[in-house]
Design a protein around this ligand. Structure first.
Ligand code: DON
Length: 563
């Protein structure tokens, strides 16, 4: 009996202790001048060192990008693509699209069998899933426009890191061990990743070091032409894929006008199509804007209800209208028009959930681990960059280019293989996002910059597939409406709704039983299983005194480094 009382006392104390830590205000790294927040300490440090050497945010972007390709192979990449939104210290803003595109010989029905059914795994696993990579073109384009230090100095730290190795973390060892079977299945040789990994192992990647040397010496041509291109094309061809030299030679990163809109007295700048992030974020925030959030508690039933209903309507539009603007006409202005949005929200009722139309249900969670990565940088001159980059799912297609040591993406799955059939994130698409030669697949990536009174306020973004948009949204609201610091905001439990499937995904243990019961009684379905995590947000907040606060997501190994 005594033992039992003791046990209950310990449990009671522990649970109180948990509540106490939950309520304690956490603060992230504070820096005076400059900061890089990324998925790995090594990459943030390489970026920050470049800043300390006198480089600007763009130099740091290049260095951090290549470093993540080495130290975070699950999503950091040279074989993938992404988007960058920037704001210079003079207030000018812009964005770069270095998204992958479909091969020249790709076609609309390339993932369908003779009966018109989607062939399982063809758009996710192996050489057929690969889009033409954009990352190296993107980094070189950023450098050519804005870089200040010699290019080789930006790439060299990553070459050294690849050659000399880095220490594998526990999370990383687990992730690699989970993927080993698929590396084996897809490749026709034994990759260096196929072993039993444990925390503390050193990962050296000599072939990747040599590929990075070619990029260091020849820039874009070090990847899209010459030996790297030969290795890539030959290997993909050997595996039955359709990428050609011409595909690589023709690849170009594109500067685009970002989506900029106001939310109350904030100006928000985010990525435009082919990333859906900017449009959806604008739609959702404008749907929420007329409501008085100061009277609605954070993460309460009402809060979740309001965001869910706004998200539901926006994701339904996403599925219908959005695709690569170089290929399809998208009514961007109408979609983000206030009257249109108010009309969409007019069917919202506090009394019950609006059911999503009854179409086929999407997959909830892929068998894959979902991995993308985001990094945020502010330099000592006041320039800011927000970059989200990905191979799509963890380690992309699992194809590791033989002799070149890098993974290729499986971004082709972000196209709609067939209307009504969901992709790996459960997202549906229409003709607007169907496959066509050289078209870019629709993305959810949402690299974002927030300004207040014309000054930089926040740099934010995250991985998370379809949940990217809603995670960025929640962090913007945490800071602007609920006055949270950056780390405090990043740590908050998150939820997500995407129209279909008609469920609210919630991070486990993040929401009270009462909130969930209330939601259920209003007709919402809640999905809160596994060790579900929603996003890994890496963000920077400019504090009122001008200092920077990092928000590095504890859900991963993410780290802020600055000075
Ligand atoms: O572009 C997209 O929306 C997806 N390929 C992103 C994938 C992703 O975020 C996976 N991560 N967690």
């Amino acid at each position: 009996m005594k033992k039992l009382i003791l046990l209950f006392t310990v449990i009671f104390l522990l649970s109180n202790c948990k509540t106490a830590t939950k309520n304690k205000k956490v603060t992230g790294l504070i820096a005076e001048k400059a900061m890089v927040v990324s998925a790995r300490k090594e990459a943030s440090k390489i970026g920050s060192d470049i800043l300390q050497k006198g480089g600007n945010a763009y130099d740091a972007m290049v260095a951090t990008h290549f470093a993540l390709a080495v130290v975070y192979p699950v999503a950091g990449n040279i074989g993938g693509g992404g988007f960058m939104v920037y704001r210079n210290n003079d207030g000018t803003k812009g964005s770069l699209d270095f998204r992958e595109k479909a091969p020249i010989t790709a076609h609309r029905d390339m993932y369908l069998d003779s009966l018109g059914n989607v062939i399982k795994n063809k758009s996710t696993l192996g050489a057929h899933a690969v889009g033409i990579p954009g990352s190296v073109a993107g980094a070189v384009e950023v450098y050519n426009k804005f870089g200040s230090l010699p290019f080789n100095e930006l790439v060299q730290p990553s070459i050294d890191l690849a050659r000399n190795g880095f220490i594998v973390t526990k999370k990383q060892a687990n992730s690699l061990n989970n993927a080993t079977k698929r590396f084996e299945k897809v490749n026709n040789f034994k990759t260096l990743f196929q072993k039993e990994w444990k925390e503390g192992d050193v990962l050296k990647q000599e072939e990747l070091a040599q590929t990075l040397e070619r990029i260091r010496d020849f820039g874009k041509n070090g990847f899209y032409k010459g030996k790297t291109a030969d290795l890539l094309v030959n290997y993909v061809t050997e595996l039955g894929g359709i990428i050609s030299h011409k595909d690589l030679e023709k690849y170009k990163a594109i500067w685009r006008k970002p989506i900029t809109f106001n939310y109350k007295d904030y100006t928000i700048t985010s990525m435009t199509l082919p990333a859906s992030g900017g449009i959806c974020l604008a739609q959702i925030l404008k749907s929420v804007e007329p409501f008085n959030l100061s009277e609605i508690n954070h993460n309460s039933t009402k809060y979740i209800q309001l965001l869910t209903e706004a998200e539901r309507r926006s994701y339904a539009d996403r599925a219908n209208f959005l695709g690569d603007i170089d290929f399809v006409k998208v009514p961007m202005d109408s979609l983000t028009n206030k009257n249109y949005i108010n009309k969409r929200m007019s069917s919202f009722s506090w009394k019950k959930a609006t059911p999503s139309s009854e179409v086929s249900h999407g997959k909830i969670l892929g068998y894959e681990s979902n991995e993308t990565t985001h990094y945020s940088i502010v330099d000592q001159f006041g320039n800011a960059v927000s970059v989200t980059t990905t191979l799509n799912t963890g380690y992309g297609s699992k194809v590791l280019v033989k002799g070149a040591g890098f993974f290729l993406n499986n971004e082709m799955d972000d196209f709609s293989s067939k209307p009504g059939v969901p992709n790996v994130y459960g997202l549906l698409g229409s003709e607007a996002n169907s496959i066509a030669p050289e078209k870019r697949m629709l993305s959810s990536m949402t690299p974002t910059i927030v300004e207040q009174n014309g000054k930089l306020k926040m740099v934010v973004g995250t991985p998370g597939g379809s949940t990217i948009i809603t995670s960025v949204l929640q962090n913007i609201l945490n800071v602007t409406e609920y006055n949270m610091g950056m780390q405090e905001s990043v740590n908050q439990p998150r939820f997500h709704h995407q129209w279909l499937p008609d469920i609210i995904r919630m991070e486990p243990n993040g929401f009270t039983k009462e909130t969930k019961t209330n939601l259920e009684s209003l007709g919402y379905k809640i999905y809160e299983k596994n060790s579900l995590i929603i996003g890994k947000v890496d963000a920077i907040l400019v504090l009122p005194n001008g200092q920077l606060e990092g928000g590095a997501d504890p859900r991963g190994d993410d780290t802020a480094v600055g000075f």
